[in-house]
Structures are given as C-alpha cells and as structure tokens.
Design a protein around this ligand. Structure first.
Ligand SMILES: Nc1ncnc2c1ncn2[C@@H]1O[C@H](COP(=O)(O)OP(=O)(O)OP(=O)(O)O)[C@@H](O)[C@H]1O
Length: 284
C-alpha cells in the first residue's frame, strides 16, 4: 500500500517450538486508527513489540514508517523519536511531579511539544504540581499518554490504554485519541474492549493463534452489515418471542397490526461487534 505507516508480511516469531506469530500480514495506512483484537495469547503483544523494535522476529518483512524496526542502524535511532509508545506505568518517577516528568521526557526528542500544552490535552493541568505517586489509576494512564505524545510522534502505539478506566474517563480518553488522529497521527491500538474498537478504529484486525482471522471496518467485519436483525417482543401470555428477519420493518408492521398498536417489549437488534468477534474466535 502506498503511504503505509506499517507493513507486515509473513511475520513469524517462535518461542521454543511454539509459534506466537505465525505468518501474519498487516498493512496500516498513515493517519489510520487501527485496532488489533484477539484473545489472550493470540500474539498481539509479540507483534506490537516487534513493530516497536523491542523484540526480534524470526522471519518475515516489517516496515514501520519506512524503517525496519529490527535493524540496528543510525536511521533506526532517529526513527525512535518519530514513534510514540504508551507504556503502562512510570513507576520510577514516583517522587517527581507530573510537570517534571513530562518536561524530562521532552528532552529526549528533537522537536517536542510544549509540556504544559500536552498536560492540558490529557486533562491533567490541575495535577501539574502533584507527585506522580499521588495520581489515581486513570490519571496515571493519562500521564502515560502524555509521555507517549510529548515527542509529537507520527505513529503512536497504545496497548490496552483504558484498562481500569471508569466509563466517563474512557469516553474522555477516546476523544483525546480522536483529536490526536485528527492531527494526522497514526494509531495502533490493542484492546479487549470491543466497544472501544468500535468507537475509535477505522479498521480492526482479529488475530487468533498468531494468524490473521479477519480485517475490516468495525461496521463490516464478518459481514456484520448484512447480518439478519433479531426482533423480540412479549406475547399476550407474557412469554418472550424472537424472530430473525431480513425485513424487520415488515415484521414490526405486521406485529403492530396484530397487537393493534404498541408491541409489548419490542426490540430490534443486529449483532454487535462483540457478537461477531466471539463467533470468529470460536470458529478460529
Ligand atoms: N518471552 C516469551 N517467552 C515464551 N513465550 C512467550 C513469550 N512472550 C509471549 N509468549 C507466548 O506467545 C504467545 C503469544 O503471546 P502474546 O503476549 O503476544 O499474546 P497477546 O495476544 O498479547 O495476549 P494478551 O491478550 O493476553 O496480552 C503466548 O502463547 C505466550 O505464552
């Protein structure tokens, strides 16, 4: 693909005699928010760490911002400053304040963003002078994000970014990620929250057993857009009735006629991304 941020061909990584990644192909376009989904042990972390240059592959081709992250070259050292990684936890900086940690990390990059501006973007302005060990779990994750973006990365890796967030913090975080993407940052996200993938990702890839099972938009994954609707309602006797239908509007019309108006307990649903995902994983 032209203008790919990430290109992976036939990637393979074996631990002992067990493949963790087993012939994976992936392409992530520049500017895309791309989510990697898969059950525990599917090979997501192994893949992401190879892309980040922290793990060596056994075979296959990998280009990340046009550089081989497995190479040990001067170009690779410059490449590091173009890639942001949101790590889980900044424990060794417990005694420093939020402002100090962000300013400290800014010095590692040739053209860092303004620390106060980044702290504001992650919603921590009123914690600028707080020592990091006094932050809540959600606030610590925001600080992790601040450290991941202080160098103005072209590509940001986010590994399970909202684990432990309350629903409101999760939504605020999503809007922060969308703002980043709107400025052109490519984002590779791993998550176990299907609604997170649906809310954020332009495309999702499902991985199981180190192989790609499917890649598509959240709306089209597994032919979700063509899936039958389920109509359910309560009968006059109080039982629940359900029917799967290609023409749910006609069915609802028919029910409304039968009930002479309101249909008790009426719902019309289509499979959620989670339903589709669980079917795929089950089949894989
Ligand atoms: N350093 C290692 N040594 C040996 N085996 C490993 C190592 N790292 C990962 N594995 C194995 O490789 C497989 C893939 O692990 P990986 O961590 O990539 O999965 P994951 O998709 O990130 O899982 P999770 O959702 O649980 O984080 C697993 O079977 C795991 O046990």
């Amino acid at each position: 693909m032209r203008d790919a941020a990430i290109e992976v061909r036939a990637l393979r990584k074996v631990y002992g005699d067990k493949p963790a990644v087993d012939g994976l192909d992936l392409t992530v376009a520049r500017g895309e928010i791309f989510a990697l989904l898969g059950p525990n042990g599917a090979g997501k972390t192994t893949t992401v760490e190879i892309l980040e240059g922290y793990r060596q592959r056994d075979s296959g081709e990998v280009r990340v911002l046009d550089i081989d992250p497995g190479a040990d070259t001067e170009a690779k050292r410059r490449w590091r400053t173009r890639v942001g990684i949101v790590l889980q936890g900044t424990g060794e900086f417990d005694e420093l304040t939020v402002g100090e940690v962000v300013s400290h990390f800014a010095r590692f990059y040739p053209e860092p963003d303004d620390p106060a501006e980044v702290i504001a973007r992650v919603g921590l302005t009123d914690k600028t002078r707080a020592r990091t060990h006094t932050l809540s779990g959600g606030q610590k994750r925001r600080l992790d994000v601040a450290l991941g973006i202080i160098g103005r990365p072209e590509l940001l890796f986010l590994d399970e970014p909202t684990t432990g967030f309350d629903p409101e913090a999760r939504r605020e975080f999503w809007s922060l990620i969308r703002d980043l993407a709107a400025t052109g940052t490519t984002i590779l996200l791993t998550t176990h929250y299907l609604e997170e993938a649906e809310a954020l990702a332009d495309r999702v890839a499902v991985i199981a057993g180190g192989r790609l099972v499917a890649v598509d938009t959240p709306q089209r994954l597994g032919n979700r857009d063509a899936a039958l609707a389920t109509v359910s309602w309560r009968t006059p006797g109080g039982d629940w009735e359900r029917a799967r239908s290609e023409t749910p509007t006609a069915l609802v019309n028919d029910l409304a006629g039968r009930f002479g108006g309101e249909v008790p307990g009426l719902t019309v649903t289509r499979p959620t991304l989670e339903d589709i995902y669980l079917d795929m994983i089950g089949a894989a």
